[in-house]
Write a protein that binds this ligand. Sequence first.
Ligand SMILES: Nc1ncnc2c1ncn2[C@@H]1O[C@H](COP(=O)(O)OP(=O)(O)O)[C@@H](O)[C@H]1O
Ligand SMILES: [Mg+2]
Length: 206
Amino acid sequence: MKGRFIVIEGLEGAGKSSAVATVTAWLKARQQSYICVREPGGTPFAEALRELVKQDWQEHITAQAELLLMYAARVQLVDNVIKPALDRGDWVVGDRHDLSSRAYQGGGRELGDSQLQQLKQLTLGDFLPDLTLYLDIDPEVGLQRAVQRGDLDRIEKEALTFFQRTRARYLDIATRETGISVIDAGQDMTRVQADITRVLEQQWPG
Ligand SMILES: Nc1ncnc2c1ncn2[C@@H]1O[C@H](COP(=O)(O)OP(=O)(O)O)[C@@H](O)[C@H]1O
Ligand SMILES: [Mg+2]
């Protein structure tokens, strides 16, 4: 079978890392070879960009500068890692992808979606995931989970309203576009896992 690209999306603490484990367990059970990647990051250069983006700086980081770094890291990962893996027939499980920029920089930082679409087209062309699982969570619940997990980075320290705008944009895009399944990530973990597996089975029966 040809490799497929599955993306996990959602706010901090939504349960993305946990969902990656659910998806890879499903792939293992079906004896599919796969790789896992995360954004920003996943190549040495892109991981260095990740560090830059997450650090606290003594100057204001503009929304545009942040956005361009995200896309620099993303195109590096897509061209050097994701596309070669898919060409080999491996599945790719991504912790965040393009939808994160549209939700965080578009919704959270209030950059226009049409500008983001242009940047996406310029860097990635028509490349798209085969399936995106958006884990929908109330930001207060997600941040509570993330705080318990450890230190918050520059973006995770944004105000609650930033994450509310980000969530609203995620939901708006998920309802308007195909290929994105919304999972209720406020449920207990076993239910979230069952919902994820159900979507995978629906998409790729057998
Ligand atoms: N459905 C859930 N209910 C309660 N806690 C959860 C749930 N999913 C994940 N968690 C916990 O919340 C924390 C954040 O989950 P994680 O998978 O790291 O989220 P993310 O990768 O989206 O930031 C972890 O401690 C995890 O065990
Ligand atoms: Mg995570």
